[in-house]
Write a protein that binds this ligand. Structure first.
Ligand code: SF4
Length: 86
């Protein structure tokens, strides 16, 4: 079990939000995109998930209208988690 939780982490940044459109109309709002801005996030992501089609550092979307990732912990490539595992 990891102690690192993106939604409480200083490195988590919500960088964008989809525009309100037909897909999210009626929900609480558009979903945001959350990225990790830890200096080693990109390197760690590429090392752990070399075949991922996602943008390096992408954590998760937020639930509609929310400001934090839906993910309850942190991704496998979390650089803090990997530092502790060394
Ligand atoms: S991946 Fe790790 S370092 Fe990055 S925001 Fe999540 S908990 Fe923080």
């Amino acid at each position: 079990m990891s102690n690192f939780i993106c939604r409480y982490c200083q490195h988590m940044k919500m960088t964008g939000r989809a525009n309100p459109n037909g897909n999210n109309y009626g929900l609480k709002g558009p979903r945001g995109e959350c990225f990790c801005e830890h200096p080693k996030a990109i390197e760690s992501f590429r090392r752990v998930c070399p075949k991922s089609p996602r943008m390096a550092g992408f954590i998760d979307f937020t639930p509609p209208g929310d400001d934090y990732p839906a993910l309850k912990t942190s991704p496998q490539w979390c650089p803090l988690k990997r530092e502790v595992a060394k």
